[in-house]
Ligand binder design. Sequence first.
Ligand SMILES: *Cc1c(COP(=O)(O)O)cnc(C)c1O
Length: 370
Amino acid sequence: MINFLNLQQINQQYNEELIEACTRVINSGWYIGGSELAKFEQNFASFCGTKYAVGVANGLDALVLVFRAWKELGKLKDNDEVLVPANTYIASILAITANNLKPILIEPDVNTYNLDSGLIESQINDKTKAILAVHLYGQLADMPSIKAIANKHNLLILEDSAQAHGAKLDGIKAGNWGDAAGFSFYPGKNLGALGDAGAITTNDAELANVLIALRNYGSHEKYKNIYAGVNSRLDEIQAAMLNVKLKYLDKEILHRRTIAQAYLENIKNPLIKLPLQNKNAALYDQHVWHLFVIECEKRDELQKYLTEQGIQTLIHYPIPPHKQQAYKELNHLSFPITEGIHNQVLSLPIGPTLTFTEVQKIIESINEFI
Ligand SMILES: *Cc1c(COP(=O)(O)O)cnc(C)c1O
């Protein structure tokens, strides 16, 4: 069986270093808020090109806490509207509604799966205060246009960068385009911890300072609480794992790109729509291929066929947020492009330990699908 993503293999590549880092933390006797976290925050900010990175417990909290901090700073208030792509992962929407803000869903571009920037301005009114730009599947959203619109209408930009560590556009990385960005280090992400972890990047010192308190009960100083904060800390063990794995992220991205290139050049089946269809080559080396997503009208048959061939695939995502039971108030909405995407997408294996023999087998199997 070719696994969609072999986490065991991925982490075993760095076994010795991970065990050594783990041992170092165990022997330090210091498990929360220590030198491993400080080092990771520095390393990750430097990787993204931002002034600050603030470690938190997971990617959802990263997004939730940025909106929360903006409320504490008086930049947002209850019922303000946040523009967000309709086809995103549910976490983006949860971060908005968890803060009593209102998600305004916008259709994505059918070719990039990211926010269609041409549709943003018609949704802006007096209540619109922010754009949550999601870099879905590992490719940056159309940030130059989104930034121009945000500047014109005085909107905040939060990047959901959970799938886009290291992705670039015009030489600027994910996490350094908006006013702030949320990252996830869930084990299956391009930079994955060995458990849950997340971070926020920003160049805004004031925001970073509020976030540092919010993640720790709203406190900068022990037993002195400025905000009614939460417990959302990135612990020392996970920070130590991430310090090891961050060193190899660029190498792993290159491996993903080589596989993506092989898929793009060799999958030749008229039933399959490949990603980046209408995109020029210049964009190619900016994508970090968290997911390699193809489309097929007979998606369910294709998935079943590939399973029979010993190839595991996944669907990102089968149900869009506005059709989820959790969001009954959105169920009446209709987003045909988003719904079409959810009916047709299929994610192929593209992990950092996938071999070229396996890639060859996947290409051949897809080309033989009728
Ligand atoms: C994974 C993911 C998140 C949430 O990250 P967690 O660490 O699982 O909380 C948010 N947004 C997107 C787009 C994601 O893919």
